[in-house]
Write a protein that binds this ligand. Sequence first.
Ligand code: EPZ
Length: 427
Amino acid sequence: MPNNDYLEIEGGVPLKGSVTISGSKNAALPILCACVLSDGKCRIENLPDIEDIHRILEIIAMLGAKVEQLGSGIIEIDPATIDSHVVTYEMASKLRASYYMLGALLARFGKAEINQPGGCPIGQRPMDFHIKGMRALGAEVVERGAVITASAEKLVGADIYFDIASVGATINIMLAACRAEGRTTINNAAREPHVVDVANFLNLMGASIRGAGTDVIRINGRERFHGCTYAVIPDQIEAGTYMIAAAATGGSVTIKNVIPTHLDSLSAKLMECGVDVQTQDNGTDFVIQVNAPERPRAVKIKTMPYPGFPTDLQQPMTSMLATADGVSDITENLFENRFNHTAELSRMGADIVIYGRNAQIKGVEKLYGADVCATDLRAGAAMIVAALMAEGTTRIRNLYYIDRGYERLEEKLIGLGARIKRICADE
Ligand code: EPZ
């Protein structure tokens, strides 16, 4: 839980070696919630050991399910003993993904009560698309302040259209619709790899979902869902963070346990910067090799839903571009408040000007170590990249944000030659 520990990083060391990517946070969270739909036990593998996973498992246990750790990254959930449909403020406020319980509990029990979720302060992050979708399926949804209550005698398939290709709303409606009567079509659906992973898991349990990964998802409702065993895909955002850190430090890094196509937009952008990015099939799986030039070139970036440039990598990229050759320009199209990290970067010597959803980054010779803090999860990743690049020592606080999404961060970075340690505040 939040504390005053901090990371101390000596920068200026090019990262070298190989790093193995953990399971995807943004796939694992909805898949764990989806276990609620099953009549039998579900065994989920390749789960990352991060705070958000701990929190969602606490929520599932508090609802009455049996949750058992079977090994490293392996959890078994038996939902048969669930006896509540309420996710309290105390539970929901710790992470955004608690909102998936709205669709899962509504589909299983015909009722759900959640509190507006927590998560990174990167924008207003409303749930209007989620609520519109649930109502289209026949649920009565009442919002009283932060409490959202949904109920339905029976959910009936519907034709749903999202104004924005929302990841959360797409997954939440998939969860609700997979036990609805008849067909549901989600138009302008999000196409992220984690949307596909959730659909694959639901289909393994007995659902009938077609088109995940495209902008039209068709769901034919099914009555019964059985238990199964499923391994979560690798985390493309974690992988992208290490690719950016390699490029930012002039390093040479091999990324293992990754699905390269999930990172095509980042690889293309890094190559635009003059970074050499190669995908190799090493016989058992694919790896991505990143070899960086002395100084990357400046570029323009516009974040977009998948397969466009991922908003979750905009912040680490900003750090890398802080010392690029030239003036870079980033447009953040997904969230209205996702530049909080730039103020912290300026304290390290970065030259960044914000115009609404635009950041103009003038490449400086170098960054300098400073005392900084993580303002959200991926801002924390940005501070780590900046600290690895900077001359001197950087101390990063608000580690709870970082620990929400990056497994064994220090261990993985030390394995790449970084000089990093976690200082416990009461030491
Ligand atoms: C998910 O958030 C991820 N979180 C985010 O990752 C990620 O940045 C985001 O998708 C985009 O890829 C999880 O998966 C737990 P959205 P989510 O719904 O579902 C607006 C991380 O670092 N919108 O795709 O909240 C919304 O405000 C986190 O791992 C509505 O207006 O994102 C935003 O502007 C940070 N109404 C846009 O859509 C709604 O009902 C995209 O949001 C829903 C969304």
